[in-house]
Design a protein around this ligand. Structure first.
Ligand SMILES: Cc1ncc(COP(=O)(O)O)c(C=O)c1O
Length: 399
């Protein structure tokens, strides 16, 4: 099987630990093992844990705690994976046959785009688009594009909600539109809900779980929980299908790491889970205004729709160079890493992560300013549509 490079992860994997300012992260400043252990019986039981294999789909206690985050779910609905990325990988590997098509929300984290084109036959984009409603603008579901993308050949509809990179949250009506499209075509919904819990409003985003019988939720501890280093993710779905996915994992990583499962059980205890979300939201609420005022002071260059969740801001810009070239210039000249919009399927955009320490972010932004000052005259750029890669795919270039 051939699989195209996952460009965004390649960029981050290669450079994120070698730049002075890494503003490419989408999560918040990570928690420490100590923060969790202090709240749950101290370090001793953790240090005494035997480093053996554990129950390979996750311990029963961990699966119970994950299930408690989804009304009506029980442990048999849950498979624990190594990160949200393995949850997506397992879901797509298990669901797709060679001729299947995937309807894919854009802009988006493009892991499942690559998986769809490798395991299935094609990915058909539907879009979130900026829409003015009252006196605010939000990223709204383009229902027409959803209707075009979902056909009888569609096996999976992929949504990321809250969305990466826009931080948008679907409305109830939009969620129902997606369920309706899935019902009509018989497709599965794979809902990547890894940013659920990181809402600025403080209200946890409604889940797709329970709205339709062919739903798989993929998620994990890396974003809203601020625990990416634990590499704990999960799939929640119908018990029989989850059992099938479990057997796929016999070929990937077999089981979660015992120490990660231990700490994940602490993080997912319902009251602690909410306290962790409160920490995440407080970081976001502190840093977003700083980034927004930086953006507003450069309104000749940047425009953006405010995010509703996540520590990420997706901005369009009017500079005379493509997003990959802009990001490369910032990295090479100023040792700052951000993510090009092209790697989410959108040209002439960048994503800036603001979940780090506030002063660190301010210093990173000051470096970006130095590059902006040195760039040739800005110009209005008419085309800000899909990235060239995605446009090629939409014209039918094969996977
Ligand atoms: C939408 C989405 N899903 C999955 C992942 C991967 O998560 P993990 O680090 O838990 O594998 C990411 C990481 O950025 C993401 O943004």
């Amino acid at each position: 099987m051939r699989i195209e490079p996952f460009r965004m992860e390649r960029l981050q994997s290669t450079y994120e630990n070698y730049v002075d300012y890494n503003l490419s992260e989408s999560g918040v400043q990570p928690m420490r093992a100590r923060d969790l252990l202090q709240q749950a019986g101290g370090a001793e039981p953790f240090l005494s844990a035997e480093l053996g294999y554990i129950q390979s789909n996750g311990t029963e206690e961990l699966r119970d705690r994950i299930a408690a985050f989804y009304a009506g779910a029980v442990r048999d609905n849950v498979l624990v994976t190594n990160g949200g990325s393995e949850a997506n990988y397992t879901a797509f590997w298990s669901l797709l046959e060679r001729r299947d098509r995937v309807a894919f929300m854009l802009p988006n984290y493009l892991q499942a785009w690559g998986l769809a084109r490798a395991f299935g036959s094609a990915a058909d984009a539907f879009r979130l688009v900026p829409r003015r409603e009252g006196n605010a603008t939000r990223w709204a579901l383009d229902v027409e594009s959803l209707r075009r993308a979902v056909t009888r050949k569609t096996r999976v509809i992929l949504v990321t909600n809250p969305n990466n990179p826009t931080g948008a949250i679907l409305t109830e009506e939009e969620m129902e539109e997606i369920v309706r499209a899935a019902r009509t075509s018989g497709a599965f919904i794979v809902a990547d809900e890894i940013y659920r819990g990181a809402e600025i409003s403080g209200t946890t985003t409604p889940t797709f779980w329970g709205r339709y019988d062919r739903v798989l939720i993929t998620s994990g501890l890396s974003k809203a929980f601020g625990l990416p280093g634990l590499r704990i993710g999960w799939v929640v779905g119908p018990a029989a299908l989850v059992k099938r996915l479990w057997s796929c994992r016999d070929y990937t990583t077999i089981a979660p790491a015992v120490l990660s499962d231990y700490l994940a059980r602490i993080a997912l205890e319902p009251e602690r889970r909410e306290a962790i979300f409160a920490r995440t939201r407080s970081i976001i609420r502190t840093n977003l205004p700083v980034l927004e005022s930086w953006m507003r002071a450069r309104a000749d260059v940047f425009g953006y729709v405010p995010p509703q969740a996540g520590a990420i801001l997706f901005a369009r810009y009017t500079l005379p160079l493509g997003s990959v070239a802009l990001v490369e210039t910032l990295r090479v000249e100023k040792s700052v890493l951000i993510v090009p919009g092209d790697q989410f399927g959108m040209a002439r955009h960048i994503r800036i992560g603001f979940g780090s320490d506030t002063d660190y972010m301010r210093r990173g932004l000051a470096r970006i300013d130095e590059t902006l000052a040195g760039l040739p005259g800005k110009r209005r750029v008419a085309r800000r549509g899909l990235s060239p890669e995605v446009r090629r795919a939409a014209r039918g270039a094969s996977s």
